[in-house]
Design a protein around this ligand. Structure first.
Ligand SMILES: [Cu+2]
Length: 502
């Protein structure tokens, strides 16, 4: 009964006394039995015998997807599965994707985190959407090892939520030894009482403000999957947060969790972590080892996190279960103390300031006194019922002019969050290093970073290899689609391509 509003319950409780809760979802989530079975999405089939070329076909197509026994949902998919096929390549490979769109709407594929040429970036305004029934081919070299993903960049709030996403894994020579390697594509899905996705045309003001948070937590397209791993083994997990707005703050009690990589591949040295935060769009590579050799079941827990507007209520929830087994494994070499070298970027040639802004909408300047109003329920013309808009430097995309940048220069961006909630900031085409309060760059590469409410985050990047028009935006996709997006134009001749004909 309360399913439609279950994910908003946190906000309801915070803002009013409303709300019987669904007894099946005491924390705003539906509860499922652990499901055994294949854990990962299947790998894409590479049709090119050349070991340095990965040639695959992707079709965007509606399909019914079984998330759990008895729960089958009409979704949009790549090749009929959610997530789409896992694309695997080695660093330096050429990846070619022959794409056909069988959706009713135009779409694109953006290669999140992969430093591709601008005309392969799958951004509708620059490259044009692939119309319903049409085809295109994306071809690029994968220059960096790491954990990446792919998704549409047209009405991304709707299309990603409907199920259009997949992992893109680039293997490198320095990946540390492990007994197993798994990709965990993390999502949450909102379902209505009929077990379908609610409309994207008429969302509640609070959904427009904080994004759509789902009541079904998914790993690799399944609710509460079970992963069996040797209790004495070392296991490499690649985590990807593909949710449109959900922050995944995770813990795995009973395991030693060592982070070995960020968005942009390996860290210089492994880091022990107690909890792991993944904001929308972000990835992490971790190695886990059970603290006890006795077989047992351990839940991967989602912990509450307040990212603004009352989103932090509720308790933790189970995302999946890891079952440790008595399987005997071979001894591996110790985890290396140094994984790779990352040179800190030099002082920037140019500094920019980007101010993230929000205006209007429910919850702005004091929460409403009703729980989850639909747009029809909001009073005509009342500010509280207006959909919110989002901006960067006062411009709500596609308003505004692109920044003008120069190839091969180092820029430092101060991203100033002037709003009441956190925003995960993503830059296309390039990777950045975070700069701390003393001005020292972090020795890690990222393309997506949380900018907490009322704080400033500095990121430094070298605009290398790929001239052209690029985007930056909040990766809460409801915010990006409501204006928190911008462009920069990098001019110069690519060292990787012949000069264009005059
Ligand atoms: Cu945002």
């Amino acid at each position: 009964m309360a399913l439609r509003f279950a994910p908003l319950m946190v906000w309801v409780v915070a803002c009013s006394t409303a709300g019987s809760t669904d007894p099946q979802s005491p924390h705003g989530f539906r509860v499922f039995e652990a499901q055994a079975g294949p854990f990962e999405a299947p790998a894409a089939v590479d049709r090119d015998p050349d070991p340095t070329v990965v040639d695959i076909s992707l079709e965007a197509v509606p399909a019914n997807i079984t998330l759990a026994p008895g729960l089958t949902v009409p979704m949009w998919t790549y090749n009929g599965i959610v997530p789409g096929p896992r694309i695997e390549a080695n660093v330096g490979d050429t990846v070619r994707i022959r794409f056909r769109n069988f959706l009713p709407d135009g779409t694109t594929i953006h290669w999140h985190g992969v430093r591709v040429p601008a005309d392969m970036d799958g951004v509708a305004r620059l490259n044009g959407p692939v119309a319903s029934g049409d085809t295109t081919t994306y071809t690029f070299v994968v220059p960096d090892a790491g954990t990446f993903w792919y998704h549409p960049h047209v009405r991304a709030d709707e299309q990603v939520e409907r199920g259009l996403y997949g992992a893109l894994i680039v293997h490198g020579p320095d990946d540390p030894p492990a007994h197993s390697s798994q990709t965990l594509v993390l999502d949450d899905l909102l379902l209505d009482q009929a077990g379908e996705l609610p409309t994207f045309e008429d969302v509640s003001p609070i959904e427009a403000m904080v994004g759509r948070q789902g009541d079904v937590l998914l790993v690799n397209g399944r609710a509460h999957p079970l992963l069996e791993l040797s209790a004495t083994g070392r296991h490499h997990l690649r985590l990807i947060n593909v949710a449109t707005s959900r922050y995944f703050r995770l813990s795995l009690p009973g395991y030693r969790v060592t982070q070995i990589g960020t968005d942009g591949g390996l860290l210089p040295t492994p880091r022990l972590v107690e909890t792991l935060m993944l904001v929308p769009g972000e990835r992490a590579d971790v190695v886990i080892e059970a603290l006890s050799a006795t077989p047992s079941d351990t839940p991967l827990r989602l912990l509450p996190y307040e990212r603004g507007h009352g989103t932090g209520g509720g308790s933790s929830a189970t995302v999946m279960t890891i079952r440790s087994t008595a399987e005997v494994v071979n001894q591996l070499d110790d985890m290396p103390e140094r994984l790779r070298d990352i040179e800190p970027l030099p002082e920037p040639a140019l500094r920019r300031r980007l101010v993230l802004g929000e205006s209007g909408g429910a919850g702005h300047g004091g929460h409403g006194d009703h729980g989850a109003p639909s747009r029809e329920e909001a009073p005509e013309g009342a500010a509280e019922g207006e959909p919110p808009t989002f901006s960067i430097n006062g411009k709500s995309f596609p308003e505004g002019e692109p920044f003008m940048s120069t190839l091969e220069t180092v820029e430092e961006w101060a991203v100033v969050n002037d709003t009441e909630m956190d925003h995960p900031f993503h830059v296309h085409g390039f990777r950045f290093q975070l700069v701390d309060a003393t001005g020292a760059p972090e020795r890690a590469y990222r393309d997506t970073v949380n900018v907490p409410a009322k704080t400033t985050v500095r990121l430094r990047m070298r605009l290398e290899d790929h001239p052209g028009r690029w985007m930056f935006h909040c990766h809460i996709l409801e915010h990006a689609e409501r204006g928190m997006m911008g462009e920069f134009e990098v001019s110069g001749l690519s060292p990787l391509r012949p000069s264009p004909a005059p």
